[in-house]
Design a protein around this ligand. Structure first.
Ligand code: XCC
Length: 632
């Protein structure tokens, strides 16, 4: 029965306005008809959003407040005396290090898993990429000769865990940056000393009566972001590669159509592959396959969502159900037996959505217990057994599916993924030189990293897909991570055939190498792969990262993690264009510093441009300027 009181015409209009994902449109229409609330409905209900908070000039950090800056009413300072510049910069630093902490705590969980795999405490994990483990060991000064991989892993794990604290005062992977870039960091005083220290110091600085100079506060933000990008996130990426394998180019499928009507469908949602990889192994267990058949299903179908989905897609070719704003819609298909979550980007209201269906939400992290979910206490020590118990719960839920309520809205789209730096270099024949040659010849004008999320302030996927299409048209290669990559996957841009949309130079290069014009480089922590690629290109050319004809973009970002990513891009010398305005408009000084002042510090800055077509123009002009400066 149709529950909705909404007019069918309004429903149709809204589904078209909210997303460009064709299958999401079908599901949105369905949710509106059934009266199931989604992120777009909640966004509408929150309108109008507070102007003071939007501009960053409200402060509720201490008990003398809350305060707001309202110049027209002569409220120029908070009770403590902080002006708009200080309030905005403190709020921004807080946002940035929340993101840095999220990435880096994920990185630590992975490093700890490696350590416990080495000592034999972890259950079911293996060291898969020994070559990478040995390379990292050499960087850390860990002896490898004549030693077992488990011994090396224990020492590598321990050395990296030291880099979270204050004992070592060094983030080793930051040494991978070119000398010129490191010189800029030294001159600005933003060389990261450790992962956690910069985050904790940021929280100290935002306490009343500590940080009082907006520029000083923001510079520390850059340092903390470098500790994330070249530290916590890079550890997350590199050690996940060691444990689960470095991605190689593969083909898979994407969108809500990856669900299978006759299978037990399990979606893996969140970020950390230490859980999702183990579910993949458990679902392959013959006992589980037999059990699935006994319940009448043809098999078990694992699908990804958000970044843990990206991790599985990159390494295992596991099909991807969608990005951030597909998470409620997949439940509304009525075909999902379980959604297994770890942490980050998971709507706390998912159990409410699931209560309209048979779907079980299964939480697994003590950091992310969700009211209304089934909780499994997942740790490296009990990983395989717990993963099996989770898969079993999902299988046993298959008979509870109500066939009349199943709506799988269409067919999946093919995509190519797995473009780790190693895979890219291999596709190029063993060095980055061919890439430098085509950039020098002008066939490829430059490269842009498009990253980040979905945000109801932007039509779902429109920002990512439009920006990528405009850039490739201008012969600019796109590399992507996170929900941006999934958006472009759904739009068909991650297939070599999409080269017909590219300019003549890029089209030729794609055809020759058999690659798409938009390369999927992984999850959000894998933005660190983009840093490594940039460092290799800059070193091969003998320049700093800031001199390369490259840029970054986050057209639909929402997360604090995206603020950290944008900041470490800029701090590493990459001009970065945001599609959603951060909460800084209340301070002209902060806006000026971030959009131009930083050019005098790290030779790069931020820009904000909500229109992706205009953003592509800005970026193309910037890249042409960099080409000219290099004399190419
Ligand atoms: Fe989350 Fe990583 Fe943003 Fe997507 S891109 S909404 S952070 S899942 Ni990472």
């Amino acid at each position: 029965a149709k529950m909705s009181l909404m007019n069918p015409k309004v429903i149709k209009e809204k589904s078209n306005e909210r997303t460009i994902d064709e299958l999401a449109k079908v599901m949105l229409k369905h949710t509106m008809e059934e009266g199931i609330e989604t992120v777009w409905d909640r966004f509408e209900m929150q309108q109008p959003q507070c102007r003071y908070c939007s501009d960053g000039v409200s402060c509720s950090r201490c008990a003398m407040g809350p305060c707001r800056i309202i110049p027209e009413h002569h409220r120029e300072r908070g009770v403590c005396g902080a002006d708009a510049d200080l309030i905005v910069s403190r709020n921004l630093l807080d946002t940035l290090v929340t993101g840095a902490a999220a990435h880096s705590d994920h990185g630590r969980d992975i490093v700890e898993t490696l350590y416990k795999t080495g000592t034999g405490e972890a259950q079911g994990y293996e060291i898969t990429d020994v070559k990478k483990l040995e390379k990292i060991a050499a960087e850390l000064g860990v002896e490898t000769k004549g030693r077992k991989k488990e011994e090396i892993a224990t020492d590598v794990g321990r050395q990296l865990l030291y880099e979270f604290g204050t004992f070592k005062n060094k983030v080793t992977f930051a040494d991978r940056a070119p000398e010129q870039t490191k010189e800029l960091w030294k001159a600005a005083g933003i060389v990261p000393r450790s992962v956690d220290r910069e985050i904790v110091e940021a929280m100290h600085r935002v306490h009343m009566g500590v940080g009082a100079n907006y520029a000083n506060i923001l510079l520390h933000g850059l340092r903390a972001s470098l500790g994330d990008g070249w530290g916590g996130s890079m550890m997350g990426t590199e050690i996940s590669d060691v444990l689960f394998g470095t991605p190689t180019i593969n083909q898979s499928q994407v969108n809500l159509g990856v669900l299978k009507e006759d299978h037990v469908n399990i979606s893996l949602h969140g970020h950390n592959p230490m859980l999702s990889e183990m579910i993949v192994r458990a679902a392959d267990d013959p006992d589980m396959k037999d059990l699935a058949k006994k319940t009448g299903a043809k098999g078990i179908n694992l699908v990804g969502l958000c970044c843990t989905g990206n991790e599985l897609l990159m390494r295992k070719g596991v099909p991807m159900a969608g990005n951030h704003f597909n998470q409620e819609l997949i439940i509304a298909t009525g075909a999902l037996e379980a959604m297994v979550i770890d942490y980050q980007c998971i709507f706390p209201s998912l159990p409410r959505t699931a209560s309209c269906y048979h779907t079980k939400i299964i939480s697994t992290s003590e950091k992310s217990k969700v009211v209304g979910s089934y909780y499994f206490d997942f740790h490296p020590e009990n990983a395989y057994d717990t993963a099996k118990a989770i898969v079993k719960m999902a299988i046993n839920n298959f008979p509870n599916r109500i066939p009349e309520r199943v709506l799988i809205p269409g067919k999946p789209v093919d995509l190519m993924a797995g473009f780790s730096v190693e895979a890219i270099v291999e596709a190029l024949g063993g060095t980055v030189k061919p890439l430098i040659d085509v950039i020098a010849s002008g066939d490829v004008r430059g490269a842009v990293g498009i990253v980040g999320c979905n945000n109801p302030k932007v039509q779902h996927d429109y920002g990512h897909v439009t920006l990528a299409k405009e850039l490739i048209k201008n012969d600019i290669l796109c590399v992507e991570t996170g929900c941006a990559a999934v958006a472009c996957g759904k739009a068909g841009l991650l297939m070599p055939e999409a080269a017909f949309l590219a300019g003549p130079g890029l089209k030729g290069v794609c055809k020759k190498l058999g690659i798409p014009p938009v390369l999927h480089m992984g999850s959000c922590v894998d933005c660190s792969r983009i840093l490594v690629l940039l460092a290799e290109l800059a070193k091969a050319l003998g320049v700093g990262i800031d001199q390369l004809p490259v840029a970054g973009a986050a057209p639909e970002w929402y997360s604090q993690k995206a603020v950290s990513i944008g900041s470490y891009f800029v701090a590493s010398g990459v001009y970065t264009v945001l599609g959603v305005m951060p909460k800084i408009a209340g301070s002209d000084n902060v806006v000026k510093l971030l959009t131009s002042g930083l050019n005098g510090v790290v030779n790069a800055s931020f820009a904000v441009e909500p229109d992706p077509v205009a953003a592509a123009e800005l970026i193309t002009k910037y890249i042409d300027g960099k080409r000219k400066a290099l004399g190419i």
